[in-house]
Write a protein that binds this ligand. Structure first.
Ligand code: 5GP
Length: 236
């Protein structure tokens, strides 16, 4: 029996919520998570690489791909185009990968309309809008105007959180990563004797284990490996 069932996880959050940090931490803990690479027309930032962070393409190329219906969803975010190609989802399915799609609310709603099997929607929220404002001010990247725009956008995005399968409150990074990981494990693994395993407990163990262990087994995502490794770790 194949205990692993690959799924796609759509993650949305208002900017400044810590979504990227949570996803990166989860990927560090479970290296077999695959990141969906979107196309965008925005300029690459320093450190960003074509084909790794995004496919950076021209507006003309993006619009051509819209016409060709190459995107499963696309949206204009902060005046740039962003979109996910059908190919990304197809490839993940063929290769049996757990795919993480970091996309905005507009894109997530388009995906929901398509009613594709095996897609799970996660929304990450700040504890409150006031906390988000503090975080954005502390980050020191916003002008007064852009701060106001981001907060207004955040409020609107947060109104959509009930349309997601679950939402996670990022009040502490540790808890948010554990919650995020729990949903991934719960959704992508067929648990034998349902009810016997507390997935959140396993996610917690995995988190603690991987923070302290020197060598990390690459295939921990598989049920057998998780149970063997984690429960052996528990026994040690
Ligand atoms: P950034 O430019 O900071 O990398 O991303 C800006 C926003 O675009 C983020 O909210 C991110 O979730 C969203 N985004 C990134 N890729 C896609 C995509 O393929 N589709 C949609 N709809 N949004 C995306």
């Amino acid at each position: 029996m194949d205990f692993f069932q690959p799924k796609a996880f759509v993650i949305s959050a208002p900017s400044g919520t810590g979504k990227t940090t949570i996803i990166k931490e989860a990927k560090r803990l479970v290296p077999s998570l695959t990141w969906s690479i979107s196309c965008t027309t925005r300029q690459a930032r320093e450190q960003e690489k074509n084909g790794i962070d995004y496919w950076f393409i021209s507006v003309a190329a993006f619009e051509r791909q819209i016409k060709e219906k190459a995107f499963i969803e696309w949206a204009k975010v902060h005046s740039n185009y962003y979109g996910t190609s059908w190919q990304e989802l197809q490839k993940a399915k063929e290769e049996k990968n757990t795919l993480i799609l970091d996309i905005d609310v507009q894109g997530a709603l388009q995906l929901q309309d398509k009613k594709i099997d095996d897609v799970f929607f996660i929304f990450i929220t700040p504890p409150s809008l006031a906390t988000l404002e503090h975080r954005l001010v502390a980050r020191n990247t916003e002008t007064k105007e852009s701060l106001a725009i981001r907060l207004k956008a955040a409020e609107e995005e947060m109104n959509h959180r009930f349309l997601y399968d679950v939402s996670i409150v990022n009040d502490s990074l540790d808890n948010a990563v554990i919650d995020f990981l729990s949903y991934i494990l719960q959704q992508s693994i067929v648990w034998p004797q349902a009810g016997q395993f507390d997935v959140k407990e396993i996610a917690k163990l995995l988190y603690t284990y991987k923070r302290t262990a020197d060598s990390i087994p690459a295939d921990l995502i598989k049920l057998e490996a998780i149970i063997t490794d984690i429960y052996n770790t528990k026994k040690r």
